[in-house]
Design a protein around this ligand. Structure first.
Ligand SMILES: Nc1ncnc2c1ncn2[C@@H]1O[C@H](COP(=O)(O)OP(=O)(O)OP(=O)(O)O)[C@@H](O)[C@H]1O
Ligand SMILES: [Mg+2]
Length: 197
């Protein structure tokens, strides 16, 4: 019993911390260009914190391929990962696996024509879960602020709208692939820092 209360309190305070970060992100208006960060090192540094957001029935697996520095704010990347990991956790009530990958994506002029990204090099951050997946209707609305399918008190519907805003401001893009019963992958591409730009 006492153990349950302690768990509840810990979860409530972690949730409060997440919401506080969201609110800070919403209110912050950054005017300077985001710094260049080592995405792999940032990811490695926050894995312990991400592990504290999940429980023992969920495993986080990391696959890193080396990538050049990308244009992003380390605090914002942390927030993106927290929001995606919490969503993955919530989609796997019976446990499962979260795979976080980094890799380099090179878009040439042909690729730019089809994929919607400008030609250039990007750092990819992909988060895949083995959870419930999403139907088409949910995928259409998932980035809308305050859109949630979770019960009252469980979700504010801000997580993905903030992810979207952070990535867009960094000049990146998000691709989602998801199917009910087959899990979800969020693929975030962030522009690689180029000399003089
Ligand atoms: N990995 C996922 N698997 C299945 N559904 C997801 C996943 N990520 C997001 N969703 C769906 O998208 C909705 C919106 O997600 P979002 O993170 O914006 O809000 P939330 O998780 O409901 O609330 P909050 O993030 O504020 O706690 C979720 O309610 C859920 O229906
Ligand atoms: Mg969320």
């Amino acid at each position: 019993m006492r153990r349950n209360y302690a768990t509840e309190i810990r979860l409530a305070s972690e949730r409060a911390a997440v919401i506080t970060r969201q609110l800070l992100a919403v209110s912050r208006r950054s005017v300077v260009a985001p710094p260049a960060i080592d995405l792999g090192a940032t990811l490695a540094g926050i894995i312990p914190m991400l592990n504290r957001l999940i429980d023992a029935r969920i495993a986080i697996v990391v696959h890193q391929r080396p990538i050049p520095h990308v244009l992003a704010d380390p605090g914002e990347v942390t927030q993106v990962l927290m929001n995606l990991v919490v969503n993955a956790r919530d989609a796997m009530p019976d446990g499962g696996r979260i795979t976080i990958e980094t890799e380099l994506l090179v878009v040439d002029d042909d690729g730019a024509a089809t994929g919607g990204l400008r030609a250039g090099r990007y750092g990819v951050l992909a988060v895949t879960d083995t959870g419930t997946g999403m139907d088409a209707a949910t995928q259409r609305k998932m980035f809308d602020p305050f859109f949630t399918t979770k019960e009252i008190g469980k979700g504010t519907g801000l997580g993905l709208s903030i992810v979207h805003r952070i990535v867009a401001r960094a000049g990146g893009a998000i691709a989602v692939s998801s199917k009910p019963g087959h899990g979800t992958t969020f693929r975030i591409t962030l522009p690689v820092v180029t000399a003089g730009g």
